[in-house]
Design a protein around this ligand. Structure first.
Ligand SMILES: [Zn+2]
Ligand SMILES: [Zn+2]
Length: 352
């Protein structure tokens, strides 16, 4: 397993939290400004407060506008009221539409959450959740460098407190994703490989976590153009996923689509490879339409991949036809020349 023990990064220091929170709220308010003009906060019913409003969930129409500080206070109260830790969900999800926050609003809530619990002991469960939430919030707002240092700090915390191996593998996967987003594909590839082999050992080849780790590892291999390794990993993994999760499961579908991608994106693809990619995607699309419906992103994503695979197949087929035609033309020209030479020799013989 790769060593990723790091010192606590400056951005996680308790004395930084207030300022980082204020900056993140300002960024979120600015991002939401066009949408929130003239609205009031659904929590305090005040539209004129200096803080400014945000909305970063799935609320529609006039619903869901709020001050970040009001959302944070509501989440803090939910945590205080629940003894079982379930109250933490309120940091992730809007209390009206019950959908997860995204983008800069999620990031600002991450800082609000971290500011609230940073003073607790390192082993405190809520503080650990807060650090994870901040890391995800920074990713959501595309601050991938900062997200990476928070995620690495959390893995260090896990190591120090002796967290279960499954937690550590999950966190390594998070770190790998940040490296991937930063374009550091070699590093993310190594980490995804370690997570996958850790999951194989810990959970076995048919476990959902192992299959997810295989999906990530395969994606990383394909991003590096390592098509043969990607294909051989997928050939091994797809039957395990079909057996344990079933043909209609989204992980199985994802693995099969990755396999088709590996087939048609490989610059050395043969006609057989491209035909297999097309039939795989046609089958996947049929399943996706039935399970998720025609407008779901999974289905439309497969539609796009299928178009690409068909285009690649058409291009290679017409190139093959063209090659065959030009070979035929050369052959005809050669025969004609031979024939002409023969005629000439006969003529010469007759005259001679
Ligand atoms: Zn408010
Ligand atoms: Zn909402």
């Amino acid at each position: 397993m790769a060593e990723l023990v790091v010192a606590v990064p400056p951005l996680l220091r308790a004395d930084q939290a207030e300022q980082r929170y204020n900056e993140a709220v300002q960024a979120a308010v600015e991002k939401c400004a066009a949408d929130t003009a003239g609205r009031t906060c659904f929590i305090c019913m005040d539209g004129a407060a200096a803080e400014g409003l945000v909305r970063g969930c799935a609320c529609r129409g006039g619903a869901g506008y709020a001050h970040l500080s009001c959302l944070a206070r509501g989440a803090q109260v939910a945590v205080e009221r629940s003894a079982d830790g379930l109250g933490f969900e309120r940091w992730h999800k809007c209390g009206l539409c019950e959908q997860r926050y995204h983008g800069d609003v999620k990031c600002a809530l991450g800082w609000a959450c971290w500011k609230t619990y940073v003073g607790r002991p390192e082993t405190d469960e809520v503080r650990v959740h807060a650090m994870a939430f901040l890391g995800n919030g920074l990713s959501a707002a595309k601050y991938h460098d900062e997200a990476l240092s928070v995620k690495e700090a959390l893995l260090s915390t896990y190591r120090r407190v002796g967290a279960p191996e499954g937690h550590m593998l999950g966190q390594m996967g998070e770190i790998a994703t940040s490296y991937h987003m930063l374009g550091r594909f070699e590093t993310s590839n190594r980490l995804y490989r370690d997570v996958y082999s850790g999951r194989l050992r810990l959970d076995g080849e048919g476990h959902e976590e192992t299959l997810l780790a295989a999906t990530n590892y395969a994606t990383a291999l394909l991003a590096l153009g390592r098509y043969e390794e990607g294909k051989s990993l997928l050939r091994k993994t797809i039957p395990a996923s079909q057996r344990t999760l079933g043909e209609s499961n989204e992980i199985t579908l994802g693995l099969r689509c990755n396999y088709a991608l590996a087939l048609y994106e490989d610059p050395d693809a043969t006609l057989d490879d491209l035909s297999e990619a097309v039939t795989t995607l046609e089958d996947a699309r049929r399943i996706a339409r039935r399970v998720f419906g025609g407008t779901h992103p999974h289905t439309t994503g497969i539609d796009g991949a299928l178009q690409n695979a068909r285009a690649a197949l058409r291009a290679l087929s017409s190139k093959a036809t063209e090659d065959a035609c030009s070979r035929l033309r050369e052959e005809i020209a050669r025969l004609k020349a031979e024939n002409a030479e023969l005629q000439e020799r006969r003529t010469r013989r007759r005259l001679g």
